[in-house]
Design a protein around this ligand. Sequence first.
Ligand SMILES: C[S@@+](CC[C@H](N)C(=O)[O-])C[C@H]1O[C@@H](n2cnc3c(N)ncnc32)[C@H](O)[C@@H]1O
Length: 215
Amino acid sequence: VVPGGVDARGGHRLSAALYDPLTRRAERRRLGAWRAALLAGARGDLLEIGAGTGANLPHLPPAVRGAVLCEPDPAMRRRLAARVAASGRAGLRVDPSPAEDLGAPDASVDTLVATLVLCSVADPARALAEARRVLRPGGRLLFLEHVRGPGWRGRAQDAVTPAWRRVAGGCHPNRDSVGALRAAGLVVERLALTSDVPWGPLGAPVAMGVARRRG
Ligand SMILES: C[S@@+](CC[C@H](N)C(=O)[O-])C[C@H]1O[C@@H](n2cnc3c(N)ncnc32)[C@H](O)[C@@H]1O
């Protein structure tokens, strides 16, 4: 949810430059703690979609054997690669694949991570079909997504979405991402819905939890 401005060669340069400064306060207040709690459940071979500037990187636990951090936007990816290099952690790889077309083989991933990204992907159904394809049977998708609110708030989010997505790097404030996980055939095993959070249009609620590919 940062200003857009697409540059075909360089990606969303302004968004990439502003992402960490603009989210710093939210990270300190709550988001960082949510990431830590979510990622505590990560293990084995991990793949993250839309990894952005690498905000989840400090929270990867030792139980993660290796991680492929996918990020299609070149400007975001440059920052991600710098953060990976600075981390000094072995077993991390940066990959340009979009969520809708992951390079990973079928059933090769134990943990798939999606944080604040299902709002932005071009085709959420295709992205989640890919997530399901690459997860091993029993593998888990850890998600943290702002979602469409109930009642008048949801209707207001619908109204602002066409303008918001233009200025916020393709972010749709009104997506039912938990419904999309279920529609993709994943089993939502744990779900926490926060009340309002201090960012995004109208303070969108956040859904955080675990979805599993059936064994
Ligand atoms: C709001 S940022 C979130 C970044 C990171 N996941 C986080 O938690 O801070 C949304 C990210 O989704 C990425 N994105 C947009 N379209 C995508 C797609 N089709 N596939 C994968 N990532 C995409 C953007 O480049 C951006 O890095």
